[in-house]
Each structure stands twice: as C-alpha cells, then as structure tokens.
Design a protein around this ligand. Structure first.
Ligand code: PA5
Length: 480
C-alpha cells in the first residue's frame, strides 16, 4: 500500500488554519473580527454555498471535480515518462493562468531555479524548466539561448489560442524548430495545450498533427492548475500526480461542507471579506515562510486579483470591488516590508504560509563564546530560527493590532501542496459569491488586449489603433 493511501498519514498531513490573530479577543474590536460578525454571515454564506454547489453539479464550474479526473492524469503520465528521460529542457510558452500554476509547482516540489543549476543526476533526472511568460525581447532571447532546441520540449499553453504573447512565442519557436530539427520533427518537440474545439491553436494542432492535451471548457486559466496546464508540467518534473490530486481531493472533502465555520476555504474568504467590509482592510499580503511556497504566493496573487477585481456585480451594478494581493517572503521581507506592516496604515491582512517540518536539518555551530550576541545562536538549527522568526512576527503584528491568519503545511510534499492550491481556489470562488461578483471572468483585461491588437495590425482592430493614435497626449505638456 502506498503511504498516501493510509488514513493516518493523510490525517497527519492535513493543512491547518489558525485564525486567532484575526479575532477581536486578540487584537481588539477596532481591527479584529468578532464572533457575531462571523455569525452574521451565516445566511449569505449558505446562499453562496448553494449557488456554487449547483454550478458544480451542472458542470458550469469545472475546477471542483478535477482532482477525480484520473483518466487525464494517466494519459499525461504515459506521455511524460519517456519525455522526461529524453529531454534536457522543458520550456513553457504561456502566460497568466497558463503559466503560474506550473511555476508554483516547480518551485514547491521540483527545486525551482536551483534545480536548473544542478546536474541532471542531482535534479533527480528531470529536465530543467523554463517559463517564458513575457515578451521582453532580452529575457526571451536569453531563455532561448539557454535551452538548445534539439534537447528541448516546448509546451505551448493557451486556452484561447489568441493570446498575443504566447502566440508570438509559439511562432518564434516553431520557426526555430523547423531550422534546428527539421520540419518533420517539429511535432516531437512541440506539444500544445488548448481548448477542445475553439481557438487558433486547435486549428494548427489538427493541421500539423501535433500532440495536444485539452484544457476543459468549463475551467478558466487561473483555476486550471489541476488540468493538463499544471499536471503535464508536473509530470515532467517527476511530481507524483496521484499524490497531488489526492491532496486536492482531501481538501475537497473539507471545502465542500456547507457550514462555513468548519470549512477552511469558506472561513478564510469570510475573514478576508469581513476585514475589508467592516474594518477597511483591502490588502491581502500572502507571506510565505518557505522558499518552496514563494511562487504559490505569486500564483495566488493572480487568482485573487483577477477573480475579485470587478467593476460590475452579478446584477450589473457598478461596485468596483477587489482585494489587492501582495506577496512577501519570510524572513527576507521582515527586513523590507515588516516596518510597513507594523506601523503603516491599518489596511492589510497578513496570510502566513507556514511549514511545520522541513526536509533538512541545518545545525548552527556554536562558535565565538566570547561574543554572547552571536554565540547564543549556536546549538540551534536554522529550522528553529526560521520558525521562531515567524512566530515572533505573527505575535508582534498582533501586539500592534494587525490581523493575520496562518495556513500550516505539516511538510511540503505533493499531497500538502495539492491541498493548498485547491483550498485557495475554493476560497476565491466563495469570496466572489460574498462580494456578489463573477470571479470567473476578466473583462478588464480585454480592453488593453484590443488596443494591442490594433497597434500590431490584427484585422478587425483598426478602429482601436486609430482611437489610440488620435488620443495620444501632446508631448509639449506634462512631459519632461
Ligand atoms: O486566468 C486567466 O483566464 C488568464 O490569466 C489566462 O490564463 C491568460 O490570459 C492566458 O490566456 P490563454 O490561456 O487563453 O492564452
């Protein structure tokens, strides 16, 4: 029996949510949530729960059921097994929700950019991973030079197939492969992840016979980490997909509960919603006390911002909602951001990511007995110092009446990371319901895209280019 099948191991690996420092008992009524505030959400939370449940059952929101799609996981594993042996590098061509989940998984579970520096054996015989989620010509050129095409597998990930950044990268890579490996072998190096029917990439896949994986229609980009968008890269990183999905499924057992006080995702959303609406705290700082979880905070930043930042309510009224996400790294940012968090405006909630047990123990040697201010560190471990710094920061913030809560992972492994990502997705979906907005669309991103299309000469967007050009500010005013 594999260890994750044991109920005992799963119970030991369950994520914990400690929200004491959100509550008025610890930080006072002015900044802390009272139990009666939470009780007051009972009715709306019941309504939001039922609406989400119905949409899940009708298949309108697809991310909820992804942990149970073992067929896709098996298909991905079968593809990845020989590929991860064959290729020295994997390059992800994608942006936003089509990239950030894979990067979070790589940093959390496959060694992150450190792994790219190590030799193949030290990396556990997995390829090096690169994420081309920008079109800065210098950055992209450096990346292209770092990965020799003959030894590289490129994953072009775009649900729509029209994203200018990803499609420009795709065109460049396609041409490069034609030159470097020959037209006939392009398909061996280029895999496409896109929508089943729509999208320009689907058209190209069918014409050129490229290997492809489907991004389900009912799953939006930023909720797609448990589709092939996250799972294919994960498999190529050597991550145990079964364990990752088992973690997500275990969290689903907790986050499908109607009672929001015993549902960690609903409760986290409710706390952040109340802190905003009743105490004016509209900034959510996710502070990871784990290098491995740093890019989870980055992934969450997109999920939270793009899902909740909305002009219109579901009934079409202008509401201009949103919680501004920020990310911070413990302890690094204690020497950069904590001064602001302690003494600046009372506009933030800190969400700490904590790890209980680290994979290695680093003892600190007891040197320089004649220097007591340095010597006291000796005999401890770095893990003890790291944990003490987190506990001290959480406590100090509470002393300054700054609300925070902590999500603790017993250790960083695919099962706990699967739980964490799923938790944050449900938290976001539920928060959207509390704010009465649609967390699954992103109309505000479209306008900028349309002007870009106009400037780049895409047909049908001439009007946008003309409008842009005619309304440019005069350079003799407000200009240095
Ligand atoms: O969350 C989202 O929907 C977005 O961030 C998209 O993932 C991003 O814009 C990329 O879109 P696409 O996958 O269509 O290229």
């Amino acid at each position: 029996m594999r260890k994750w099948r044991s109920k005992k191991w799963q119970r030991r690996m369950a994520l914990r949510l400690d929200y004491n420092y959100m509550m008025s008992d610890f930080i006072g009524v002015k900044h802390g949530i009272e139990e009666k505030d939470l009780a007051g959400l009972g009715e709306i939370s019941g309504r939001v729960h039922l609406a989400l449940k119905e949409k899940r059952e009708k298949g309108r929101i697809g991310f909820f059921d992804l942990p149970y799609d073992r067929e896709t996981a098996a298909k991905i594993t079968a593809f990845a097994k020989p590929a991860l042996k064959r290729f020295e590098n994997v390059v992800i061509l994608g942006i936003g929700g089509s990239c950030l989940g894979a990067r979070a998984l790589h940093t959390a579970l496959a060694g992150g950019w450190w792994a790219n520096l190590a030799g193949r054996k030290a990396r556990g015989r997995i390829p090096r991973f690169f994420f081309a989620d920008n079109v800065d010509p210098e950055g992209f050129s450096r990346l292209m030079n770092a990965a020799a095409p003959k030894k590289t597998l490129y994953l072009a990930i775009s649900k729509s197939g029209t994203t200018a950044e990803t499609m420009s990268q795709f065109l460049i890579v396609h041409k490069l492969l034609e030159k470097e490996v020959g037209r006939k072998k392009v398909a061996e190096h280029l895999v496409v992840l896109t929508d089943a029917q729509q999208g320009r990439l689907r058209n190209i896949v069918d014409r050129e016979g490229l290997t492809d994986f489907i991004i389900p229609d009912n799953v939006g980009g930023r909720f797609s980490v448990f589709t092939p968008v996250g799972l294919l890269p994960a498999a190529l990183m050597g991550i145990d997909l079964e364990l990752l999905l088992a973690g997500a499924a275990a969290m689903d057992q907790r986050t499908c509960r109607e009672d929001f006080l015993s549902n960690p995702a609903y409760l986290a959303a409710a706390l952040l919603f109340l802190a905003d609406r009743t105490r004016g705290k509209y900034v959510t700082v996710m502070m990871s006390y784990s290098d491995a979880l740093w890019d989870v905070a980055d992934w969450f930043r997109q999920l939270w911002a793009e899902s909740l930042g909305k002009k219109l309510s579901t009934s079409g009224n202008a509401v201009f909602t949103g919680l501004t996400p920020a990310k911070a790294l413990g302890v690094t940012d204690q020497h950069s951001q904590t001064q602001l968090y302690m003494e600046g405006p009372f506009d933030k909630v800190l969400v700490f990511l904590a790890v209980e047990s680290f994979a290695c123990r680093v003892p600190i040697p007891a040197l320089y007995p004649e220097l007591p201010d340095v010597h006291y560190l000796g005999g401890h471990t770095m893990e003890q110092l790291f944990t003490a710094e987190r506990l001290a920061t959480e406590y100090a913030l509470a002393q300054a009446d700054r609300p925070s809560f902590t999500i603790t992972l017993p250790e960083v492994n695919p099962f706990t990371v699967g739980q964490l990502l799923y938790l944050l997705e449900v938290q976001t979906a539920f928060a959207g319901g509390l704010y009465n907005i649609n967390p699954f669309d992103q109309p505000g991103v479209e306008l900028g895209k349309h002007y870009t299309y106009g400037l780049m000469g895409r047909s049908g967007y001439d009007g946008k280019r003309e409008e842009f050009e005619n309304r440019q500010p005069k350079k003799d005013k407000y200009f240095l």
